[in-house]
Design a protein around this ligand. Structure first.
Ligand code: UDX
Length: 468
């Protein structure tokens, strides 16, 4: 099938590459000529495991093309995927200007029947706006409408996106019931047939429900995380261990083990933005989503929890302190710095006069860019921030190690070397990578999330009781 993917960002690239890999002829469009040049020369604008290989073999096979030529892109695909960004507006709602610009271009250049697929995460009702936009362009050209708009949200996790695309839990497809909708449904059925061979994964529904499903999924997952983070803070107060509690509740199949990890707050391109956008859409429809407002507020506070723990332990004035930070990306296996908790924590440390030496296996370039932007009004803070090329180098002569992303390489470091490198054996862990008891045995003062709080290193419950 001839496919066009409008937008060669994270979602567009994974979608285009994986659909080419099953034999489709895919045209990826982007407005950014530099990005297109990088892709055509075999380079990668993002870090995503496995994606480079899929792109390379499909470029070589001639099934994948990258270009900035809008007219050619629209002419190419029977199916036009819109996979452009929907960044948050000032008020938190999704900014649809890129989606609607893509729709205008399709309407401006299309000739035969097209299926237009909303792949970007867009508020309920966007498919209708896309339809109106395309129809208006066609009307201006005096052409009868001959297209259908389908909602096909993605459920890709960064760091595992190729795997998620190739072996999806579900494929959500929202189609209209009219004649063009039926035609679109048939094309989409054919397109996704290879993913449904052993087991039917497609969930067919109306367009609005499909649009809403994406937000509902992310809102539910974000809710689980904020719920656990709030309980973790409480566990710290009462001297309970959130990890034991997690296992205790996760074993109930109605709850399950996934997405119950307390930490330093969720980040990334989806959860924060989608929760806010859903709250906004609800408000526009005269409904207050009280739970989601709390989810968002708890997350904002959670990103500051480690800074509070550090201040509690070392005092407000950190001007003679140096902190090693391990992990900058919002999660492992990506260089994505969007809404990463590291940005909040590093700013909080620098604001109190500390020096920070940061390390991440892949995100340093993006981290520099993001933090420079965050702190452009505080150039003197930035002078106290540096980056190490290697994880042990970051720790040398630091007063404490702060862990913010659970990269594999951080999971079992050589603690002897770590203790020698640090001025004192002090770790603040936003990802609960180590066992408090093991840390106590090897003589590391260990502060994690919900693992006994200030009592870490002693028996949590006894500590809590003693403190009362
Ligand atoms: C998410 C959704 O999982 C995906 O389905 C959707 O398409 C896009 O948004 P992603 O943003 O890649 O994917 O990251 P995810 O792995 O879901 O993690 C999001 C954030 O939650 C990360 O900051 C992560 O550290 C945090 N998290 C996740 C927790 O704090 N605890 C958990 O138990 C799980």
């Amino acid at each position: 099938m001839n496919l066009t993917i409008i937008g060669s960002g994270y979602v567009g690239l994974v979608t285009g590459a994986c659909l080419a890999d099953i034999g489709n002829d895919v045209f990826c469009l982007d407005v950014d000529q530099k990005k297109i040049d990088v892709l055509n020369s075999g380079g990668m604008p993002i870090h995503e495991p496995g994606l480079r290989e899929v792109i390379a073999r499909n470029l070589a096979a001639g099934r994948l093309k990258f270009s900035t030529d809008v007219r050619a892109a629209v002419a190419h695909g029977d199916v036009q995927f819109i996979a452009v960004g929907t960044p948050p507006d000032e008020d938190g709602s999704a900014d649809l200007q890129y989606v609607l610009a893509a729709a205008r271009n399709i309407g401006r250049y299309m000739t035969g029947f097209k299926v237009i697929v909303d792949k970007s995460t867009v508020p309920v009702g966007t498919a209708l706006r896309v339809r109106e936009t395309v129809a208006a362009e066609l009307a201006a050209r005096g052409i009868e409408p001959m297209f259908s708009v389908v909602s096909n949200p993605e459920f890709l996790k960064e760091g595992a996106a190729v795997e998620d695309f190739t072996r999806p839990d579900r494929i959500v497809l929202g189609c209209d019931d009219d004649v063009p909708g039926e035609k679109a449904r048939e094309l989409m059925r054919r397109l996704y047939a290879p993913f449904n061979r052993n087991h039917e994964r497609t969930l067919w529904m109306d367009v609005r429900s499909a649009e809403f499903t994406k937000y509902a999924a992310n809102a539910m997952l974000a809710t689980r995380i904020s719920f656990m983070n709030e309980l973790a803070n409480f566990a710290d107060r009462i001297g309970a261990d959130i990890e034991a509690v997690r296992r205790g509740i996760g074993s109930d199949p109605r709850i399950g083990y996934h997405f119950l990890y307390a930490g330093c707050g969720y980040g990334g391109s989806c959860f924060p933005k989608d929760v806010e956008a859903l709250i906004r859409t609800a408000a526009e429809n005269a409904q207050e989503l009280k739970i989601l407002k709390a989810v968002s507020a708890v997350n904002d506070a959670q990103k500051k929890v480690l800074a509070h723990k550090i201040v509690e332990r070392l005092g407000e004035d950190l001007s003679d302190r140096t902190f090693a930070v391990w992990g900058l990306a919002f999660k492992p296996n990506t260089d994505d710095m969007r809404e990463a908790p590291s940005r909040t924590l590093i700013a909080a440390l620098l604001a109190r006069g500390a020096r920070v030496v940061a390390y991440d296996p892949v995100a340093i370039r993006d981290a520099k860019r993001a933090i420079d932007q965050d702190l452009e009004d505080q150039p003197e803070w930035l002078e106290r921030l540096s980056f190490a090329n290697e994880q042990m180098e970051a720790v040398r002569h630091a007063d404490a190690l702060v862990i913010l992303t659970e990269w594999k390489a951080f999971k079992s470091p050589d603690f002897d070397s770590l203790k020698k490198a640090l001025k004192a054996p002090l770790i603040f862990d936003g990802r609960n990578l180590y066992e408090p008891e093991t840390m106590r045995e090897i003589g590391v003062e260990y502060h994690a999330i919900g693992r006994g709080g200030v009592f870490a290193g002693a028996f949590a419950v006894n500590g809590a009781l003693a403190a009362r």
